[in-house]
Design a protein around this ligand. Sequence first.
Ligand code: ZN
Length: 286
Amino acid sequence: MSPTPARACPACGHQRARFAFASAGFVHVRCVRCDTLFVAELPPPDQVEATYLAPDYHSTAEGQEQRMRSEADARARVLRKFGCRDVLEIGCGPGHFLDAVRELGMRVEGVDRARTAAAARARGHTIHDCWLQDLAPVAARFDAVAMWEVIEHVPDPKAMLISARQWLRPGGFLALSTPSSSGIPARALGARFPMVCPPDHLALFSRRGLTALLAAARFDPVRWTSFSGLGREQLRRGFQRFGLGSSLPGRALARGLAVAAELPVQLMDRAGLGSAFEVYAVAARD
Ligand SMILES: [Zn+2]
């Protein structure tokens, strides 16, 4: 297929991309160099901003609370193992990760304009109600900057990572997660991959693209894993949603398939082909 006119690749900066599919009125293209999938044309900035400021943005889906908290605990433990004492989280939402970090005895602050961040503030967390680029310069710098599921939302992820560097001590850690366009779920589902949800998500990074993005912002990855967050319950719901329906036999079949799929999903994650990446990277010294 012929190249489609598009903005430059938000991951590697390459100028040529090919048509992938259209979803919710947004044409998606794939970078011909790094294979990152992204919306060809950015929505207007006020539409992007409005997404974050919607009352229910970041609110945790029912039944997800426990899974999100255990994920946050595991991530906080990684940063403690790296010797981090203070952490800045960009896009903290209701504050699962802030709680996890604080409970391990580290200092933590959040940045988020979403209304759901009020819940974290009510539990005594320091939350900066601004965009990252407007964060007032302070003397303090952090051992780690975390951004879980953030870079896929922003029009210019490279500028955001460079901005994050300014809040790190030399040799500090960047911790991030983001959906993967290299994994089996993205490849198999195409436009039906649940992480394809413009204008909320503007780019889904390939492994190669994310590697290029980190290098451009001068971060060296030290730990890189793939995960899907798909336990038996999530798989069962997925099978029902993707065609089996809620009839009695449909539900029974979905339950059976979920049990059967659990091990293959674990193997897929271990092979680096899951639905998302989790990366820890060190800021190169200036
Ligand atoms: Zn690219």
